[in-house]
Design a protein around this ligand. Structure first.
Ligand code: NI
Length: 189
C-alpha cells in the first residue's frame, strides 16, 4: 500500500494531456493500486493519474458512490453502497485509456470538488448520462453507461487526462476569485 502525493493547482502538470497506455505491465498495475489507496486515503471518490504526477491515461473511481445530496466529485462523504455490485467499501474500478463515446442530457453538479483544487467547490454543468469505453486492468475492452453522480465522476476524471480541471468549466469570474486566493496563500507561506 502506497499513498502518493497529490499534485495541486496551479502545478502546470495538471494542464498536460496524458498519454495512452500501450502495455499493461506490473508497473501500471502497481500504479493503479497506489492510485486507489491514495483515493481512499484522501478520501475521494475518483482520481486520475496526472493527479499523482503520472502521464498515463488511467482513472480510478468508486463505482458505488451514489450521493444525491452531496455531489462533491472527489470529496463525497455520504455514499450508499450498491451491494449488488460491490460488497466492500473500498471497492474501486480502474479504467485504462477511458473515452467518452456518447453523452446526453445535462445536470448541475453541485459543489463539485477536486483533490487537486483544495478548499474550493463550485457548481458545474455536466452531461447527465455518458457512455464510456476503455480497458480494464486485465486488458479487456469494456463499455458501459453511467448516469447522475457516476456520470459526473467519469467526466471529471477523464477531463483530468486532457489537462482540464473542473474550475476550467466555471465562470471566469469565479475562477479568478479562486486563483487570487491561491496566489495570496502562496505569498503568505
Ligand atoms: Ni479532480
Amino acid at each position: 500500500m502506497a499513498i502518493l502525493k497529490i499534485v495541486e493547482y496551479p502545478d502546470p502538470f495538471l494542464t498536460l494531456k496524458a498519454k495512452p497506455v500501450e502495455v499493461i505491465d506490473d508497473e501500471i498495475l502497481e500504479l493503479i493500486k497506489d492510485m486507489a489507496d491514495t483515493m481512499f486515503d484522501a478520501p475521494g471518490v475518483g482520481l486520475a493519474a496526472p493527479q499523482v504526477r503520472s502521464d498515463k491515461r488511467i482513472i480510478v473511481y468508486n463505482p458505488t458512490a451514489r450521493s444525491s445530496k452531496n455531489r462533491d466529485c472527489e470529496n463525497g462523504e455520504t455514499q450508499e453502497q450498491d451491494s449488488s455490485e460491490n460488497e466492500s467499501k473500498n471497492d474501486y474500478r480502474a479504467i485504462i485509456n477511458p473515452e467518452i463515446i456518447a453523452a446526453s442530457g445535462s445536470l448541475i453538479s453541485e459543489n463539485e470538488a477536486c483533490l487537486s483544487v483544495p478548499d474550493y467547490s463550485a457548481d458545474v454543468k455536466r452531461f447527465s448520462k455518458v457512455t464510456v469505453k476503455g480497458l480494464n486492468p486485465e486488458g479487456k475492452k469494456i463499455q458501459f453507461d453511467a448516469d447522475d453522480i457516476q456520470a459526473v465522476i467519469l467526466q471529471h476524471e477523464i477531463d483530468h487526462l486532457n489537462g482540464v480541471l473542473y474550475i476550467d468549466r466555471i465562470s471566469l469570474l469565479k475562477r479568478n476569485i479562486y486563483k487570487k486566493r491561491v496566489t495570496k496563500k502562496a505569498k503568505e507561506s
